[in-house]
Design a protein around this ligand. Structure first.
Ligand code: DX5
Ligand code: ZN
Length: 221
């Protein structure tokens, strides 16, 4: 399976988003963090901006919803031209129903777990999802330190996906850089989100390539 790199625009310049979207042409997708001041202690952007991002970028758009009540709001984001919608275990009431609704709308469904949440409850419903996001920081802010204690979770998830013969992607988000990429890839993650490591670099495309190379060399199939 090929490694995919998803730069997070949380670390981009929000006043120059189109310029910063054009600066990551070597990425596989663009990761858009939606925060609502309730599920996490930060507030970012909503539907009108996600819609414009989809219009100006050629990359698939991956929306990470860190919001309350995704059962109500996630389908609204699925209408905007995005490729995938991720919602959080701690916020949803009916993940299977929501995943099916998103897939029926033609977008990929993805389920996220925070550092204190386990992946085991997901095992029997894994086939309902295209991707599982294992947070490697507490969600809310860019630039936090990578939590390597989440790697057991990534490994157990990879083992389940393999045992069940599924194609579910494993995404990691938080503190991922060219220095930590080998750790997540070795554990079995194949979609790497990176915000500050990409947009904090002088050359974002070079940073993407460095992360990809480090991950590819270490990936556990
Ligand atoms: C944090 C967000 C991340 C964030 C990652 O809650 O979900 O996507 O942008 O930023 P870095 O890569 O700087 O840790
Ligand atoms: Zn994110």
């Amino acid at each position: 399976m090929n490694i995919q790199i998803a730069p997070s625009i949380l670390s981009a310049d929000f006043a120059n988003l189109e310029r910063d979207l054009n600066a990551i042409s070597s990425a596989d997708m663009v990761h858009v963090d939606v925060m609502d001041h309730h599920f996490v202690p930060n507030l970012t952007l909503g539907e009108p901006i996600v819609k414009r991002i989809c219009e100006v970028t050629d990359l698939p758009v991956d929306v990470h919803l860190m919001i309350e009540d995704p059962d109500r709001w996630a389908p609204e984001f699925a209408k905007l031209g995005v490729d995938s919608v991720t919602f959080h275990m701690g916020a949803t009431h009916a993940p299977v129903r929501l995943a099916r609704q998103l897939r029926d709308m033609g977008v990929k469904a993805s389920f996220a777990v925070r550092p204190a949440e386990s992946v085991e409850p997901l095992f029997d419903i894994l086939d309902e999802f295209d991707m599982v996001l294992v947070m490697t920081v507490e969600p809310g802010f860019g630039g936090q330190k990578f939590l390597d204690n989440q790697m057991g979770k990534v490994r157990r998830l990879r083992d389940q996906i393999t045992a069940r013969g599924l194609n579910t992607r494993i995404q990691v988000d938080g503190g991922v850089s060219a220095q930590t990429a080998h750790i997540v890839a070795e554990a079995g993650a194949d979609v790497l989100v990176a915000g500050s490591a990409v947009y904090g670099a002088d050359n974002p495309n070079q940073a993407i390539d460095d992360i990809r190379q480090a991950a590819q060399a270490a990936f556990r199939a």
